[in-house]
Write a protein that binds this ligand. Structure first.
Ligand SMILES: CC(C)[C@H](C(=O)O)[C@@H](O)C(=O)O
Ligand code: SF4
Length: 484
């Protein structure tokens, strides 16, 4: 009998091209996603070296970060110019490089366009057991489908374009086990935030995580995408879910999945992709589902998590001196005081979107609360930005756009939007946003912006009340309305 292996070890072993004496391995890369921010220099490097893209058929280009989320074409179908010169340049570079190197480009006005991490799974480009890379830290998202997926830097993007391989050191393995059942009003995002809060942003450094236990088995693929997305916020290289029947059902019939006999063979292979009985992990984190509640962040790191029913922590309560200093700095930046109730924190902006939470289930969860309601008077801007044109189309077919618009939200074109200040969607300095994205760093949503990370339902709840709100109260009210 061969040694029991974890899922990570199985995928790793299947992709080793060469093992070097110092332990580094040359790894074959099955899939490469590229966007406009981290690819221009990589293509330029190829051009200067007179090299080609080795496997253009395994490479897919989609612009997402720099695009405005307002309409991109006028009534005549002409492009509406992008005001920011750098954004316009990066988009133009992608539009020039992709055809020149024979790479398929999903254009800025195509129905399939969206955030690269929403598009990959949706198109069936992301497949279980593959190695998938992108010049983007949230590439970990694709682990939801059982792909070993991670972000790479621009020089590595060039290396993968040229060779379809990467030199890597094997990571350590960590299992994150959540057993039990999630409570009323608790979502995948709350689980992801709970993990960040529990292990901290450095807790996963050097590890690839595997999400195990009943909560993750019961979780939808969309929920798994949210959790895998935030693996990187817990410091991990990547996060994996073993593919199961849900994964197969999710992928079946998608445009880029294998078809016919190749599909059957693929599914048979995917069934072998799980950690073996008796496989050991270098580290194990166990969380009881019953301990997870609707969460919010109070600070400027994704590990700064408290229950929405909690209070802003006192910096003095941190044992570590550097954490104490960081907490005080965060509170100053965030304009909060120790002991303040999170539910008393008023917000002026709501952002529902990003590769963490912009899929159809996310929009449904928010719309369910917003139906028949209106954003509070103190809300200056509320944005819903679907993760892709296909998500947008599906939402419109379900009438969700009308619910959002009637509630006072803006219904936008797909892209990264207010997740980060690389496009016109920004939160002004000193103003506060309840955001479904994954990073609350200083200046993340624009210089001086203040971000509170929440689930889509919690963002909707904050929109209705104008302050951070325990979504369970509104859900209970809704239950009452249904009964009455
Ligand atoms: C711009 C890009 C390189 C960056 C990343 O790597 O993640 C962005 O997507 C982010 O979320 O901060
Ligand atoms: S949505 Fe945000 S986190 Fe995701 S790729 Fe875009 S900028 Fe990065």
């Amino acid at each position: 009998m061969s040694k029991p292996r974890t899922l990570y070890e199985k995928i790793w072993d299947a992709h080793v091209v060469e093992r070097r004496p110092d332990g580094t391995c040359l790894i074959y890369i099955d899939r490469h996603l590229i966007h406009e921010v981290t690819s221009p220099q990589a293509f330029e490097g190829l051009r200067l070296a007179g090299r080609k893209v080795r496997r253009p058929d395994l490479t897919l280009a989609v612009p997402d970060h720099n695009l405005p989320t307002t309409p991109r074409r006028d009534a005549q179908g002409q492009r509406i110019p992008i005001a920011d010169p750098q954004s316009a340049q990066q988009l133009a570079a992608l539009e020039r490089n992709a055809p020149e190197f024979g790479v398929r480009l999903i254009g800025d006005a195509d129905l399939e366009q969206g955030i690269v991490h929403v598009v990959g799974p949706e198109q069936g480009f992301t497949l279980p057991g593959t190695t998938l890379v992108c010049g983007d830290s949230h590439t970990s998202s694709h682990g939801a489908l059982g792909a070993l997926a991670f972000g790479i830097g621009t020089s590595e993007v060039e290396h993968v374009l040229a060779t379809q391989t990467l030199l890597l050191k094997q990571s350590k393995t960590m299992e994150v086990v959540v057993e039990g059942e999630l409570g009323f009003g608790v979502t995948a995002k709350d689980v992801a935030l709970a993990i960040c809060g529990r292990i901290g942003t450095a807790g996963g450094t050097g590890y690839v995580m595997e999400y195990r236990g009943s909560v993750f088995r019961d979780m939808s693929i969309e929920g798994r995408l949210t959790v895998a997305n935030m693996s990187i916020e817990a410091g991990a290289r990547s996060g994996l879910f073993a593919p199961d029947d849900k994964t197969v059902a999710y992928l079946k019939g998608r445009p880029l999945t294998p078809k016919g006999a190749a599909w059957d063979a693929a599914v048979a292979y995917w069934k072998t992709l799980h950690s073996d009985e008796g496989a050991t992990f270098d580290k194990s984190i166990v969380i009881d589902a019953a301990d997870i509640v609707p969460n919010v962040t109070w600070g400027t790191s994704p590990e700064d998590v408290v229950p929405v029913t909690g209070v802003v922590p006192d910096p003095a309560s941190f044992a570590d001196a550097s954490k104490r200093a960081a907490a005080q700095k965060s509170l100053d930046y965030m304009g909060l005081t120790a002991g303040q109730r999170m539910e008393d924190v008023a917000v002026e902006h709501i952002f529902i979107g990003s590769c963490t939470n912009s899929r159809i289930e996310d929009l449904r969860a928010a719309a369910a609360l917003l139906k028949g309601k209106h954003v509070a008077s103190g809300i200056k801007q509320a944005l819903v930005v679907p993760g892709s044109g296909l998500v947008k189309q599906q939402a419109e077919a379900e009438g969700l756009d009308r619910i959002f618009l009637a509630a006072g939200f803006e219904w936008r074109e797909p892209g990264c939007s207010a997740c980060l200040g690389m496009n016109p969607d920004k939160v002004p300095a000193g103003e506060r946003c309840a955001s479904t994205s994954n990073r609350n760093f200083m200046g993340r949503q624009g210089p001086g912006s203040r971000t509170h990370l929440v689930s889509p339902a919690m963002a909707a709840a904050a929109a209705i009340t104008g302050h951070l709100t325990d979504v369970r109260e509104l859900l209970n009210e809704k239950r009452g309305e249904v009964v009455a």
